[in-house]
Structures are given as structure tokens and as C-alpha cells.
Design a binder for this molecule. Structure first.
Ligand SMILES: [Zn+2]
Length: 393
């Protein structure tokens, strides 16, 4: 059988690609990257950073636009690493002719652990612009980005305007080894995402001035929706009594979310999923949940439920009880493209529904405000109702 046509130009690679362990490709990449893929391997990102400290430093520095300009052949090629990066790139370039967006990671993919494949690197090599999250979220990309920068590829950092504005949160205090580490999950405060929207639109307008008006108009319209989303989410999240606002998750992805909406956080793992979770972490979290009378634990869509289930088991073994959320939370990866949670606004909103519904199922008071008409996507009906008993674990 012949292979698929070589001129395949879909901007959405088959979803299965990112789930596979591309052994052959990884061998090809051995010269560039420390290999190994999967949840159980040793962390390698810190080694990569140590080998090329310049790569880590450059991450927060601005990149000069290519002197030759984009659209050298008429097409503006954008490669986006995370689902958030792909979503925003699509929104800001909507309706602009000859834009090609190549997303690298799909739904459910953990960006802390994701290894760029050979085809990812080929796409980035051919790109006019690579859009990535930064603050070491894409922990396995440092060496590739260093090589791309050396050849003059424009690499845009979504977190940069947030960092520049002073809104980046430092490492979680639970582990002193993480002090001084920037928390990469900045997008979880919609006000931070607004800064990113405006900055990326301005960058696109400078790179592709013929379409500057479109980028700016998209950013303004979208940011108005983000402000509405923030108010809706804040009203809902603050309806839970302050003493009960505790979000317990697998890893510390929700500090910005908590800061935005007045909730405290407790992650079993640290800031990155590369950190190992030990028996002590499980026991410590279980004890904390019991002491604080926390009614619900949440599993994240891009992370194994093992640690949350272990905490629940530890609590039950001690004669206690705790619920697991009625749905998984989206943390580092959004939902499937085309679904409500496949868009940033829907992803934030679905997390709010999931948290508030889970708290209500646990008997805590929580009010879910009506969905604002002025936001141009709406939650599907199955998200609005939940059967607490059916979801009971
Ligand atoms: Zn994370």
C-alpha cells in the first residue's frame, strides 16, 4: 500500500500521533535530545537546561523579527506547541488568508513531558514563527529552541508579557527546592491571558502588517469576552464559603486560578509533573485533606489519576471519606479541538462547572451563575446537569 499523499496539508495532524511513543524518531533525535518518553522515566529537562544555560536565559528575552519578514513564499507558517497556543493562534488569525497553523500537542498531552518528534522539528524548521508557552512548561524543548534560535527562527513566548508585567507567581512554598522557580501555568488567570492576547496580536501585526487590522480587531473582541468570562467565573467560585475553598489536585497547576478567584491550592506533586511523587506526599496530602475537612479531590486530564486515587484510598483506609470531582479538570492541556473545552474560554468554564458541581454534590453551598450571552461559545447541555450519585466513586 502506498503511503498518504506527500502534499497532505492539514493543519491538524492526526490526533493519534501525539499519543504514540515514536521510538524510531526518538532514536533519530538522540544527537539533539536526551531521549525517553512516558510517565515513568527520569526527569531530563533540568539536565538539558544545565547543558545549555543560555537556552534557559533566552526564554525570557524578546526575539527580533526575521529580517527577511514572514510570508517569503506567500504563506505565514505558525507552529504552536500547546493546545492553548494553538487555540489563541487560530482565534487571532481567523479569516486571514494563507495562514498555516501546525499544532504540536493534542488534548490530554502533558507539555512538561512532551518530547518534540522529528516531524515537529521539521515543522518548526519551516515555520515563520513558533508560538510556545514558556517558563519551562515545555520542559523538553530547550535544546530544540536553542538550535532554532541559532538559525534565526522567530520564537514567541506567550508568558513574556505576563512576566514583564510582574504577574508571574514563584514556586509553591511546600517544597523549598522549588523556591525561585516560576510557575508556568499563567494562563489560568484570564486577566493574564488578556495580556498575552494583546501582545501576540501586536506581534502578528508587526510581522504581517497587511493584516494588522484583523489581528487587532480579533484581539479586542476576544479580550472583551475574556473579561466577561472572568466576572462569570469569579461570581461562581466566590459563591463557595471562603473556609471551604480548597482545590486539591495532582500537581500545582492551579495557583493562578486560585489567586484569580480566591481559592487556596494543594497539589500532591510540585509545579512540574516531572517531579516524583513519593509515599510521603500521599500521606501528607491525605492528612491535610482530613484536617481541613476538604470534601473533593480533583483529577487532571493530562495526568494519571493514580496519585489522587492513592490519597482517596489513604483517607478511606483511615476511616474517612472524600469524593473525587464529577469530571477531570483541564490543567496543562485543553479538550479535543471542536469541543467546548477545546477552546480556552470553554476550558476555563468547564473547570468552573466541574468544581462547583462537585462541591454541590459534596453538600457545600455553591451557586453557578447563568452563562453570559455575550460569549460566542456556550456550554453543552450535558455540562449543565450532573447526577451526583452516578458520579460517586
Ligand atoms: Zn503543569
Amino acid at each position: 500500500m502506498p503511503h498518504a499523499p506527500a502534499q497532505h496539508t492539514s493543519t491538524r495532524p492526526p490526533r493519534s500521533r501525539v499519543r504514540q511513543t515514536p521510538t524510531v524518531l526518538l532514536i533519530l533525535l538522540a544527537a539533539l535530545l536526551t531521549t525517553a518518553c512516558g510517565r515513568d522515566r527520569e526527569p531530563v529537562a533540568t539536565e538539558a537546561a544545565a547543558e545549555s544555560p543560555a537556552a534557559a536565559e533566552q526564554q525570557t528575552q524578546p526575539d527580533a523579527p526575521s529580517p527577511t519578514g514572514v510570508r517569503a513564499d506567500g504563506t505565514f507558517r505558525i507552529v504552536a506547541t500547546t493546545t492553548q497556543a494553538s487555540d489563541l493562534s487560530r482565534i487571532l488569525t481567523d479569516g486571514v488568508a494563507n495562514i498555516e497553523i501546525t499544532p504540536l500537542m493534542g488534548a490530554g498531552v502533558d507539555p512538561h513531558l512532551y518530547q518534540p518528534t522529528e516531524s515537529d522539528i521539521r515543522a518548526m524548521n519551516a515555520a515563520d514563527m513558533v508560538v510556545y508557552s514558556g517558563l519551562h512548561l515545555e520542559g523538553q524543548f530547550d535544546a530544540v529552541f536553542a538550535a532554532l534560535r541559532e538559525q534565526g527562527t522567530l520564537i514567541y513566548t506567550l508568558s513574556k508579557p505576563v512576566k514583564d508585567a510582574g504577574f508571574v507567581i514563584g514556586g509553591f512554598g511546600a517544597d523549598e527546592t522549588q523556591s525561585g522557580t516560576d510557575d508556568p501555568h499563567f494562563w489560568f488567570d484570564p486577566r493574564n491571558w488578556e495580556l498575552t492576547v494583546a501582545d501576540l496580536a501586536q506581534t502578528l501585526a508587526e510581522l504581517d502588517p497587511d493584516n494588522a487590522a484583523a489581528y487587532t480587531a480579533h484581539a479586542d473582541a476576544y479580550n472583551a469576552q475574556l473579561r466577561t468570562l472572568f466576572t462569570w467565573a469569579s461570581d461562581g467560585m466566590r459563591s463557595v464559603p471562603e473556609a471551604q475553598r480548597y482545590l486539591v489536585t495532582s500537581h500545582d497547576a492551579f495557583q493562578y486560578f486560585g489567586a484569580a478567584f480566591g481559592w487556596r491550592m494543594a497539589g500532591i506533586q510540585g509545579i512540574s509533573t516531572e517531579d516524583e511523587t513519593g509515599v510521603g506526599d500521599i500521606q501528607r496530602t491525605a492528612q491535610f485533606v482530613v484536617e481541613q475537612n476538604i470534601p473533593v479531590l480533583f483529577v487532571e486530564s493530562s495526568i494519571s489519576p493514580d496519585t489522587i486515587e492513592a490519597v482517596q484510598a489513604a483517607i478511606e483506609a483511615a476511616g474517612g471519606s472524600v469524593r473525587v470531582g464529577v469530571r477531570e479538570l483541564y490543567s496543562d492541556a485543553m479538550g479535543m479541538p471542536g469541543t467546548f473545552a477545546g477552546a480556552y474560554i470553554g476550558m476555563i468554564a468547564e473547570n468552573v462547572y466541574t468544581i462547583l458541581q462537585s462541591y454541590r454534590c459534596a453538600g457545600a453551598p455553591a451557586t453557578i451563575p447563568d452563562w453570559p450571552d455575550s460569549i460566542d461559545i456556550s456550554p453543552p447541555q450535558e455540562l449543565l446537569t450532573v447526577d451526583c450519585e452516578a458520579e460517586k466513586s
